[in-house]
Design a binder for this molecule. Structure first.
Ligand SMILES: [Ca+2]
Length: 395
């Protein structure tokens, strides 16, 4: 993180010319005069032929490799623009069969995150639904004799939770700048949150968890988690009031977190959590759907989304990343996200008073299953139909 900040300090002179302003303390660009110009960007195809791709990420190991997650249980490596012949990992035998047999499913291999010390310890983590449909987070290690393959026998389950319904499994996992692993769990599924999981802090469902995978086996609770010592809540919970987070991400320059929570029938939302948050945010579900009362009732400490859109513009939000790459100056400090149904892609940005805005950047015809970042901070769009695209300058 420190190295990134120093690199950004060097280029602060350029953002000022382009109408962006940097945070005084860190030198990082956080606000803009205006939204990004849609005519300045395009999506360029990167790779194709995947089966239900759901995510791309990188190992932060200096290899520039892109790791691509297929819902059907495989992880592939794109290296120097080429797809390696053998998958990095194949856990097809461990996942819910519906992820393969049904025309659409929210089960299967859903998340991948590399340990911050992956270059030295070779550890990475996956989130999948198992043969019974329950959520599993497991630790694997790379094959030390072949860095392009995982050791398939190294799997070690750290976390398991049965799921009452097949949908709303969340599934995204990511390490925060604090080195802890964050795990998104949906409200358990069906519709309308029948378990009341969003507001029930004694249930892990409907929450974002934060665990320390290095502190103990299988994991430790970070001592500063917001509900440590609170008998009315589970200590793993970092934030709650969530319906089905489908992708969250940390701004690699600031540590702020962006989280997309899929709505019920009317409102899709983007939530923002500043890097200095102490946790405990209540994102409202199912008392609220977006900024609108849903079931009603009491939602203490409700944090409304920074942006919402109605189902006139889509039906299921797909969260992305804030752009910190170098290829497209026009996108700096823009949070890119999209919609699974409408194929629309938006860019959210802050003005100099730190008010949020979002502009539609393009309307694709893609079922957008995810966004993802490579090691250089360039951002990819995942087409569930099998293709991977990358944002590039239009000219
Ligand atoms: Ca909410």
């Amino acid at each position: 993180m420190k190295a990134i900040r120093i690199a950004l300090l060097i280029i602060v002179a350029i953002p000022i010319a382009l109408g962006r302003a940097q945070d005084e303390a860190s030198g990082v660009v956080i606000s803009r005069d205006r939204g990004p110009d849609p005519a300045a960007i395009k999506l360029a195809p990167v790779a194709s032929g995947f089966t239900r791709p759901l995510y791309v990420t990188h190992a932060a190991d200096g290899s520039d490799r892109i790791f691509l997650v297929e819902q059907v249980g495989k992880i592939w490596i794109l290296k120097d623009g080429l797809l390696l012949e053998q998958p990095f990992l194949d856990i097809g035998a461990l996942i819910s069969p519906g992820a393969v047999t049904q025309s659409f499913s929210e089960q299967g291999l859903l998340g991948l995150a590399f340990h911050p010390d992956f270059p030295t310890n070779g550890a990475f983590f996956i989130n999948y639904t198992d043969l019974q449909g329950g959520t599993v987070v497991a630790r694997y290690r790379v094959d030390f004799d072949n860095p392009e393959r995982a050791d398939a026998s190294s799997g070690e389950i750290l976390f398991q939770l049965s799921q009452p319904y097949a949908n709303h499994n969340g599934g995204h996992i990511e390490f925060g700048p604090d080195g802890y692993l964050y795990i998104a769990l949906g409200d358990g599924g069906s519709a309308n949150d029948p378990l009341g999981a969003g507001q029930n802090r004694q249930l892990l469902l409907g929450s974002l968890l934060r665990i320390d995978i290095d502190g103990a086996a299988p994991y430790a609770i970070p001592p500063d988690n917001p509900f440590v010592g609170d008998a009315s809540a589970r200590a793993e919970i970092w934030a709650y009031g969530l319906r089905n987070v489908w992708r969250f991400s940390f701004d690699r320059a600031t540590g702020d977190m962006y989280m997309a929570d899929v709505g019920q029938n009317q409102w899709e939302e983007i939530n923002f959590q500043p890097a200095d948050s102490a946790g405990g945010e209540n994102y409202g579900w199912n008392v609220w759907e977006g900024k609108h009362i849903f079931a009603g009732g009491n939602a203490p400490n409700h944090v409304p989304p920074i942006y919402e859109y109605s189902h006139s513009f889509g039906c299921s939000v797909t969260g992305g990343n804030i752009y910190r790459g170098e290829a497209i100056a026009e996108l700096e400090a823009v949070y890119l996200f999209g919609d699974w149904c409408s194929g629309r892609i938006w860019g959210a940005w802050r003005d100099h008073e730190l008010n949020w805005h979002a502009d539609e950047l393009m309307k694709t015809v893609l079922p957008i299953s995810s966004f993802g970042e490579d090691e250089a901070g360039e951002i990819y769009v995942i087409d569930y139909g099998g293709k991977i695209y990358r944002f590039e300058p239009a000219v």
